[in-house]
Write a protein that binds this ligand. Sequence first.
Ligand code: GDP
Ligand code: MG
Length: 668
Amino acid sequence: MSSIALIGNPNAGKTTLFNALTGSNQHVGNFPGVTVEKKEGLIRGRHNMNLVDLPGIYSLSPYSAEEVVTRDFLIGEKPRAVINIVDATNIERNLYLTVQLMELGAPVVVALNMMDEVRANGDVIDAELLSKELGLPVVPISASLGEGLEELMAQVSALAAQNVPSQALDLCEGPVHTAVHSIAHIVEGAALRHGMTKRYAATKMVEGDGPVRQVLALSAAEEDIIGHIVEAMETSLGTDREAALADMRYLFIEGICKKAVRKSGLNREQHRSARIDNLLTHRIFAIPVFLLVMASVFFLTFGFFGAFLSDGFSFLVDTLTGLLDEGLAALEINSAIHSLIIDGVCAGVGSVLSFLPTIMVLFFFLSILEDSGYMARVAFVMDKLLRKIGLSGRSFVPMLVGFGCSVPAVMATRTLASKRDRAMTILLIPFMSCSAKLPIYATFVAAFFPQNGALVMTCLYLTGMLVAILYGLILSKTGYKGNSVPFVMELPAYRLPSLKTVILHMWEKAKDFLLRAFTIIFLASVLIWLLQSFDSRLMLVSGSSSSLLAALGRLIAPVFAPLGFGDWISSTSLVTGLIAKEAVVSTMAVLTGSGDGLTLSSALQGLYSPLQALTFLCFTLLYMPCVAAMAAIRRETGTRWAVLAMVAQTGIAWVAALLVRLAGSIWL
Ligand code: GDP
Ligand code: MG
């Protein structure tokens, strides 16, 4: 089994190529930072080749966790071939990584991607000339159209069979050349011992790369000589060491591109994108436009399609439950079992299930926003805002993922460069309201604010973000002083979202949601039914208020009494919400005994006033995340921090809910 690595800049089309070559269905996004962990898959038709999709990076410097992961993989695992995917519409910037792979001495095949767009723009790239100049095989492809993949794999196979590193082209000149070559002699032995070429080790020493220096562990005398050589280079060039190498690489790339790339001058795509960007990333309008876009998405989701689809779907669920109910009655099944199935499983799972269409519609719109390239603009705009709390637009990527689910969001913080940014972002992620909370909001909105559904939804999401910003401000003034690493992000061109990607994304969400409904929510509903049907002596109770669960619920209920919902049903639901947020709804459905002609809406109306409902929503929006998210946070930050974070977050939720209650009782 030979392993083939797939490397490229964020958004160069790695995942698209990975899916095309392996036939898998990974998430593709017109959004940098989507691939966090390395993924592997067998190449179709070549079963002895394992393709590894590495995170997107711009360079092999040790600035971010991903860059280090990629480097370590290349040096440690020595893949038989490296496919370096290059976005041909941004060829100069993409070749920067290629040049560094050459320095590393990796066996590289360049996959020149997005050739369809290059053609559409009227540009021409001479792949043969490029190949000659780089000293590497170059294959023009279009990953999304599946063009050139045969040829690419032929080159990869040839390279993998040969098993020789690429011919190290000498691209340096002048003082850098002198420095690299004199240092190469010094580091040669240490470099070979650690699986690096002497040229790579020397280049990294000239650059002043900390991790490589540590690995090489040169003697003090050697370090000293290197220091002198680098100093001499810096004086003769008048720039610092890092800039010297970057300049040299860009000079080399520029020279090649001048020969091999012919731009038609007028790039339609870029012109169009720039015009759209004038508005969407405008100094003043950008944030109002973003709020408007999100509000429209919520309006379409909850006010328009969602409500209508959800009602239809609820009707379907109710009808099926009714049929099952009659069937069980006709078969004269034991009444406890009958109740377990109807009042436990059907009520619980059914109450959550009816939001499947809403979730799908929401993610339909969100993936359109993402795939079109708009979300990348939002990250760019948010950069300025996040800087005020000492974070950067990079942190926006995981936060955005957090609107789906906190677990992958917390994992996505690994893409952040500094430990401080990571820790702070992780603390803020749970305030981005995850999609599992959506059924809770939708249930309450339907029961209490049917006229202003979209407005209440938008306010909830915005409140989450606002609290996160305030919390971030406090953190940055206290425990997390400092500035974020600069944020550079290429804004991808606007693209018409592909239906396939959007549907794939929607399907992923739906699958996930269904899986949760039939596993976690199912089990939670059964458990809640059992606990509410028996008392402490395991006797079947007549009404759930004398059950074991009610007794347990009443134990914690006083905590919520100041917030206005000190009844045992609310407190029990909030606790089961820690298993999974949807369980708040399913628990309420089971406990209020909705189903027997009584809808959950009317049951809730009997339980809360509109203000109590609002307070409850505010608390659910902000209080500690579910166990899966807590586990993810613990994994990334350690037990002590995770516990502190949970306590702080629940405290914030409690205070915020109290404020809502007080404000409400003054105004309403
Ligand atoms: P990654 O970040 O490198 O994994 O990139 P993705 O595979 O997620 O692709 C980024 C964007 O580029 C997506 O919107 C893809 O649909 C698009 N894309 C990928 N390959 C091509 C291609 O060959 N032609 C065009 N026109 N678009 C592509
Ligand atoms: Mg990707």
